[in-house]
Design a binder for this molecule. Sequence first.
Ligand code: FE2
Length: 326
Amino acid sequence: MEIRQLGYVGVQGPDPKAWLDFATRVCGLMPARVVPGEAWGMPGLPGDGPAAGGSGIAADGSVFLKMDEWQWRVAFHPGAAPGLRYLGLEVRGPAELAAAEAELAARGLAVARATAEELEARAVHGMVHLRDPAGQRVELFHGVTRDRNFSSPAGVPGFVTGSLGLGHVVLLVPDLDAALAFYCGALGFRLSDYVTFGPGQGVWFLHCNPRHHSIALFGAGGAHKRINHFMLECNSLDDVGSARDIARRQGTPIVIDLGRHMNDHMVSFYVANPSQFAIEYGWGGRTIDDACWQVGRYDSVESIWGHPELTELAAQMARTIAAAGN
Ligand code: FE2
């Protein structure tokens, strides 16, 4: 099976307005036409549209956010428990989706075909969904809806997306072996490298295209929520610095300040979002050529420079896991 990219993510929480403000003002994402059905310009032909894009908040309280020519890539849905709701992984087309569905079913995984309503809700042509071993909803899809007019309210010129996907997501998993069997064994992700920082503790970084990792699995025992952060990549270091300035001016908590990661070389900072996890906002990540890539092992999360809070946060996590007996 070939997953081509992490195409979209859906998050949830209690406050759509807070998410819209955070995503547009700090991250520079653009309010998208809400899904399903909000049009602009002539039907089927996106025109100049309103300067800010779509209305921002759908009738049900959902917020759809745009970062390139895809209609949307990040969605927020109202929900009492803040966190991650679904991940969308792209396959090439209908034949590949059908093959993936058969392959997953043959492995004994409970995979369901999307209803017409579910397809409309994601604005995709085909989709199946299943749960990973931690219970996280994973969607395989093809046929995204595209439009144009990406224009960041915060002036961000654009993001590194295209065939590399929206960025990466780091999942907290209670059973690392089961998670690796699912994402690598069943879905075909490949190991980029891994970092260990305690017995049975670590983060495994997985790729499905040249982006260093689209998914990382953080062995975190059973007592944690399902997502640590997701990452958006800018085209310039200045965009990262400007976003950091905005976050600081607005008093949005910076969880981990600027630094450059040892493994993917991303220069980034981490900012708290209203769904109680973090967004990593970065630039300059290196890519992988599978023909010559060698899997690396790191024994510390320490960065090349910066990320001053990272080591202590990892140590705190390790202590929590150990105390929980995992
Ligand atoms: Fe990250």
